[in-house]
Design a binder for this molecule. Structure first.
Ligand code: GLU
Length: 196
């Protein structure tokens, strides 16, 4: 179980999240990634295997200014350490980071595949992204969609969901995994460890 950070406010989300992820490096990880809704209102995901410095170099070379984002350092439990398996995971306009294990991911994956979703990764996490995307189709908000989705998950998890269509909200859920929210003035922060 590794690290999660999130930021919503007026600063550059990527800079803030990379700083937070650095503070979580002590936990160990095999890859890292961030997703930011850019000023063009589109989510961009940037991921890299290995040290956080590798991701920092990618973000520096190809910056995506924006004020809301999620970030992750992964310790693989389902699927090898690779760029495809690194978080965030996407489904349409949704991006998700997740710590922990979804125990019923195989049955959920089969159901989602039957609905037409195509899986890119070998992770248990990707089911959360597609499940939220599916539930969002019949929900009035991302919050409602995540509520419906997490009811179907079994296991210990902390997860954060970002939706291009609702770029003023980050929705978080946890069960047996830590997630803390820092309330600021005009900005809010979240992390899987208070250090970050
Ligand atoms: N089970 C997830 C994966 O393998 C999350 C691992 C983690 O907590 O970093 O991708």
């Amino acid at each position: 179980m590794c690290g999660i950070v999130g930021y919503i406010g007026f600063e550059n989300a990527a800079d803030f999240m990379l700083e937070g992820l650095e503070k979580l490096e002590y936990r160990g990880y095999d890859s890292a990634g961030i997703a930011v809704v850019g000023d063009n209102h589109v989510i961009k995901v940037q991921k890299k295997v290995g040290r956080l410095a590798n991701l920092e170099a990618v973000v520096k070379a190809d910056p995506n200014p924006g004020h809301i984002g999620i970030g992750h350092t992964r310790w693989a439990t389902h699927g090898e350490p690779s760029e495809i398996n690194a978080h965030p995971h996407r489904s349409g306009k949704i991006a998700v980071v997740h710590n922990g294990i979804i125990e019923n991911y195989e049955e959920l994956r089969a159901e989602l595949q039957a609905r037409g979703y195509v899986f890119q990764s070998q992770t248990d996490t990707e089911v959360i992204a597609h499940l939220v995307e599916w539930e969002f189709r019949t929900s009035n908000s991302l919050l409602e969609a995540v509520r419906k989705a997490v009811k179907q998950l079994r296991g210990a998890y902390g997860t954060v969901v970002l939706n291009e269509e609702e770029p003023e909200h980050l929705i978080v859920a946890r069960s047996g995994s830590p997630l803390v929210i820092g309330y600021g003035i005009g900005e809010n922060f979240l992390a899987s460890d208070p250090l970050a």
